[in-house]
Write a new protein. Structure first.
Length: 156
């Protein structure tokens, strides 16, 4: 259920407008945590990068062999996470409701994966597909079916 709340809040048109005032703090906190989690899981790090950063951190800490605690890389991750959380809070306080506004907030854009709430074009597409896929045309290949569907949808 939590992912549905996060998906609705990530929609710039709605954000927290639909949430009751007594629940806004909890929902916004869940959204910020989801954005931070998405950012840390989507950031690719290679084994070589993590090993070299651990070695450098160990050497800087006075450990000649690189077995020391990895303080610098953990502080870098913490500062990155706090920046992402600040970005999510800025997104929630932003008054612009346009979908193009997500380009300003890349961490929220990575989280934004909902479809726009309009089923009319989809229903129209399924209706046309039902007219193409008849009892006589039940053995069309996928590519031929797609070509016929595109021709039918795009006809003038």
């Amino acid at each position: 259920m939590q992912f549905l709340l996060v998906a609705a809040v990530s929609q710039p048109q709605y954000k927290l407008n639909w949430v009751p005032p007594d629940s806004r703090n909890g929902v916004s906190q869940a959204f910020v945590e989801a954005v931070a989690m998405m950012d840390t899981t989507s950031r690719p790090t290679t084994v070589a990068e993590s090993t070299s950063s651990q070695l450098i951190a160990g050497l800087e800490g006075g450990d000649d062999y690189g077995y020391g605690e990895n303080n610098s890389s953990s502080s870098a991750v913490a500062s990155s996470t706090s920046q992402v959380k600040a970005e999510a809070m800025d997104f929630l306080s932003d008054a612009d409701k346009s979908l193009s506004r997500l380009r300003v907030f890349p961490a929220v854009q990575r989280l934004f994966h909902t479809t726009l709430p309009s089923s009319a074009p989809v229903e129209r597409l399924f209706s046309i597909a039902g007219l193409i896929e008849t009892q006589r045309r039940n053995r069309l290949s996928d590519s031929n079916f797609e070509k016929l569907l595109m021709l039918n949808v795009n006809k003038v």
